[in-house]
Design a protein around this ligand. Sequence first.
Ligand code: PLP
Length: 308
Amino acid sequence: MQTPRYAFFEGRIVPFAEARISVMTHGFMYGTACFEGIRGYWDERAGALAFFRLRDHYARLHRSCRILRLGLRYPVEELCELTAELARKNGDRADVYLRPIVYKSALQIGPHLNGVADDFTMLMLPFGKYIEAGGGIRCRTVSWRRPSDGMIPARAKVNGLYVNSALAKTEALEDGYDEAIMLTADGAVAEGSTENLFLVSDGTLVTPPVSDSILVGITRDTVLTLARRELGLPVVERRVDRTELYVADECFFCGTGAEISPIVEIDRRPVGPGKVGPVTRRVQALYLDVVHGRHPGYADWRYPVGIP
Ligand SMILES: Cc1ncc(COP(=O)(O)O)c(C=O)c1O
């Protein structure tokens, strides 16, 4: 993987090699950090990188920080401006992935959060597809459960929580699947290792509720909004049983990295006829039009930064 040229670190833009933390950093030792994953889509005609729902991602970062008692001194608008500055400095005229992180920066033993210093860093690098999902992917329900709100809140994008995603994804990959589906502690469908999940049943889009141990995904919200406004599809947020996946007409993952990734097999059962379904195709095409600025609406979801 390519490494970034510059990073934002300790209050300024520095060459990437200089953005280093101590092994004694609280956030490294205890996973006490929160982050975002954001895509910037290169628009050749405009000569600009358009960051998708940048303000919404930074608003979620602020919410994560409130849960984890992290101080983030930059308001949303300033974070957007810092992002633009870093993008111009890096100068990548290609799709990029942006990773802002707020972390407990004190060199300190003991996992408590109160009274511990924090800092903000951010990097971005050219980035293509996260999942090769052309013909649809194969998934399995893994043995690892999603921690519930009283364990590690999934609503906060906490670095330490990604141990759970790592265990889940590894189990799926080593068993020959492309991605994991995780259940809640009491057995309802939650989400993928880095994606939210939708199923299509009798023309209705169904997705697990925010109270079922999921990250409240921005792509999930994008899909819900586009399905209602543009596609006229009924959408329902409700508890989903595991076996509903086995009898669904269609299934797909959505996320910043995964975009819209159709699922064609779950636990050795074909989803519907085992091919990418028509609703998924419509959602996917519309999503890609919106993020790439080919759709006449939703300009306010794109934050363009001209790259000289
Ligand atoms: C666990 C988890 N669920 C869902 C998502 C999708 O969220 P978003 O659409 O905001 O990228 C992600 C993506 O980062 C994730 O890590």
